[in-house]
Structures are given as structure tokens and as C-alpha cells.
Write a protein that binds this ligand. Structure first.
Ligand code: DX5
Ligand code: ZN
Length: 230
């Protein structure tokens, strides 16, 4: 993974057909996405359950590019090696998932995966200042994690702008997750984000049998974000 601040579109397979993950991953890559975003939920840290490392390992075979694994689980440390072994290129854990986020990031850095740090909407960026040498990506949640299709939380745009200033020249991605659409993508791109996760906005109108709408949706979000990027 070469670092660049170019806009990257990362469809969340939370909005894909769960009985067809392999074909869905192949379809979104063929339609021009950059990363594939994989949401892992435990029914404890967030009020929803998806799947674990064995599913990640199974879909890995159908992803040519970056597999971006977003862990919404607590505890998280004891599962990091299993997600790394599943073939994750990026492993993102939540700041709120436990009392020892520095240790969690150390554990991710001990694998071959890049280390991501996710912040819930109610969490400020102060703690990130002490973790900048430990992260490759900061994920700003623009919805409360747990479900796709929620409304973008506008107050997070200022947070992205402040985070971008804090990061400066460091090679750290800013990822946005939740409620990203053609309308909201420009707001976060202008504020400094480079990785845009989008679930419902990418998968709407399409299917494995008819994947062309995925491509149109990806291109529309990318164009809106690139036009706004500073
Ligand atoms: C939410 C997940 C997101 C979600 C985004 O907890 O982390 O990745 O799938 O879905 P949309 O783009 O529909 O808000
Ligand atoms: Zn996510």
C-alpha cells in the first residue's frame, strides 16, 4: 500500500448481499472501487452482529486490492492476530473499545496490517495527539456505529478539519464512515478526508446480476469528492 491522499472509495459490504459476498466484492472492484470495507460487529460494542475472521478469510480470496477491516468489537486485542491472519491489509479498532488503545495499536503494528484508529461521533481528537506515531489511518465515524443507511452527522466535519491540521505532513489517512453520499462526500473531502466508506450509497440500485449502478454510484461519489478536495 503506497500512501497517497488521493480520494479512495471504500464500499462497505454491510450493504451487500450477505449470501454472495465473494461475487459482491468482485463486482465492486470491477466497478472501480479502491478499497473494500469490511464491518465486523459483535452485538456488544455495537447493537448488531455481522461475522468474524473466518468470513474475512473467505472473502479475501475474492478481493484483489485492499481489504479494510473495521472492528466494532470489545474486547478487541485477543482477536487481532486472527483478523491479520485472515488477510486484512488495514485493521481498525475503536478508541472506545477498551482501556488500553495504545496496547491495541501496538498489537496491530506487530502484524503485517496497517493500524487504524476509529472515533465514535462523541469522541474528541485530543487522545489522537498522543497516538500519531502509532496509526496509519484515523476513521472518523459520521454515524453511530452499528448499522448502514443512517444519516450523516454534520458536527463531525469540524472534527475532520481539526484532525487534518493535527496530522500535518504525516502519512496518515483520514477515513470517513457513515452516511457518505454524493451530497456529504464533498464536505468531508474539503475538510481533509481521503478514504470515503460508503455502504448504501454504493450498493443502491444495483445487484450482483446488475452491477453497473455500483460503478455509477462510485464514480459520482468520487467526482463530488475530488471536486471539493483541497
Ligand atoms: C456503520 C459501519 C459503516 C456502514 C456505512 O457502523 O461502520 O461502514 O456500513 O453504511 P452507510 O454508508 O450506509 O452509512
Ligand atoms: Zn465501517
Amino acid at each position: 500500500m503506497t500512501f497517497t491522499r488521493a480520494i479512495k472509495i471504500a464500499p462497505s459490504i454491510l450493504s451487500a448481499d450477505f449470501a454472495n459476498f465473494g461475487a459482491e466484492c468482485e463486482a465492486i472492484e470491477a466497478q472501480g472501487c479502491d478499497w473494500v470495507h469490511v464491518d465486523v460487529m459483535d452485538g456488544h460494542f455495537v447493537p448488531n452482529i455481522t461475522f468474524g475472521p473466518s468470513t474475512c478469510a473467505a472473502i479475501r480470496k475474492h478481493i484483489k486490492g485492499v481489504m479494510d477491516v473495521h472492528l466494532m468489537i470489545a474486547p478487541v486485542d485477543s482477536y487481532i492476530d486472527a483478523f491479520a491472519a485472515s488477510g486484512a491489509d488495514v485493521i481498525t479498532a475503536h478508541l472506545e473499545a477498551g482501556p488500553h488503545i495504545h496496547r491495541t495499536l501496538q498489537a496491530i503494528r506487530a502484524t503485517d496490517a496497517k493500524a487504524g484508529l476509529a472515533l465514535n461521533p462523541g469522541t474528541g481528537i485530543d487522545a489522537v495527539a498522543h497516538l500519531l506515531d502509532m496509526v496509519d489511518l484515523v476513521c472518523v465515524m459520521t454515524v453511530n456505529p452499528g448499522f448502514g443507511g443512517q444519516k450523516f452527522i454534520q458536527s463531525q466535519v469540524d472534527k475532520v478539519r481539526a484532525l487534518r491540521a493535527m496530522i500535518g505532513d504525516r502519512p496518515i489517512h483520514i477515513e470517513i464512515d457513515g452516511g457518505v453520499t454524493v451530497e456529504t462526500a464533498p464536505l468531508v473531502a474539503a475538510a481533509g478526508a481521503d478514504v470515503l466508506v460508503a455502504g448504501s450509497a454504493v450498493f443502491k440500485g444495483g445487484s450482483v446480476a446488475n452491477p453497473a449502478p455500483y460503478g455509477a454510484n462510485i464514480r459520482a461519489i468520487r467526482a463530488a469528492a475530488e471536486a471539493a478536495q483541497g
